[in-house]
Write a protein of this length. Structure first.
Length: 236
């Protein structure tokens, strides 16, 4: 029993920035160009036009999504640095208040008053350690990767491009618009289900349910775009 306890491994999902970026980029990359291609297929019979419009959308979408990821990463970093500077200032100008905040944290953890005082004495010996403790346990902030913004922009942008090429690729090889759409629908819905399945599996959600939800979202967007384009085209 003791040996098995020592070798026990807890199975918890560790958050991955890379995984988050791929999910953001791939989900939009599969869905938006798919809806665009389906919509154009309902209005035009020229696959070249759909291909050109699709490539333009993927280029614009990947840049926009990548920029969004970059700004989000920079905002996170700027917020952390701002709070870090404020925390250093507060331990200098409001030392007793900050010490009491340490006690409050350890009190919430169930420590006795004596241990709270010992913790304050130990942590407050080193200003860097003190600030690091307060950032993590008072504010709930972990130090972000300094390269996170650039990595996020690249990961999201590339994921969007790869996702967007799936629904668009049949239009490169199939000349008939409707036949290209059928191939695109089959490929994209399959990829959406697989994507949703594995995303749900990683996050602990029922993978079949998760896969079907992602598939239905993509299918609904494409169907809406197709029939709206058909309707508008029929009015002319």
């Amino acid at each position: 029993m003791q040996d098995s306890a020592l070798h026990h491994q807890e199975k918890h999902l560790k958050s991955s920035d890379l995984l988050t970026d791929i999910v953001i980029g791939m989900s939009d990359g599969l869905t938006v160009p798919f809806a665009l291609a389906a919509g154009l297929s309902g209005a035009v019979s020229n696959t070249s036009l759909i291909t050109i419009a699709g490539i333009a959308e993927i280029a614009a979408g990947s840049i926009a999504m990548g920029l969004g990821g970059y700004l989000a990463g920079k905002t996170e970093q700027d917020h952390y640095n701002s709070e870090l500077a404020r925390e250093y200032e507060e331990i200098e100008t409001k030392t007793s208040v900050e010490e009491e905040e340490i006690r409050t944290i350890f009190k919430e953890w169930g420590f006795s008053r004596q241990l709270q005082d010992q913790a304050v004495a130990e942590i407050s010996k080193d200003k860097d350690r003190w600030v690091s403790f307060m950032m993590k346990h008072e504010l709930g902030l972990d130090k972000p990767d300094s390269k996170r913004a650039r990595k996020s922009a690249f990961n999201i942008g590339v994921s969007y491009i790869l996702g967007g090429l799936v629904p668009l690729s049949p239009y490169f090889f199939v000349l008939d618009t409707f036949n290209a759409l059928k191939v695109s629908v089959t490929m994209t819905l399959g990829c959406l289900f697989i994507f949703g399945y594995f995303k749900s599996k990683l996050t602990g959600v029922n993978p079949l349910t998760g896969g079907m939800k992602v598939l239905l979202i993509g299918a609904s967007a494409a169907a809406a775009a197709f029939f709206i384009a058909k309707f508008i085209d029929g009015m002319h």
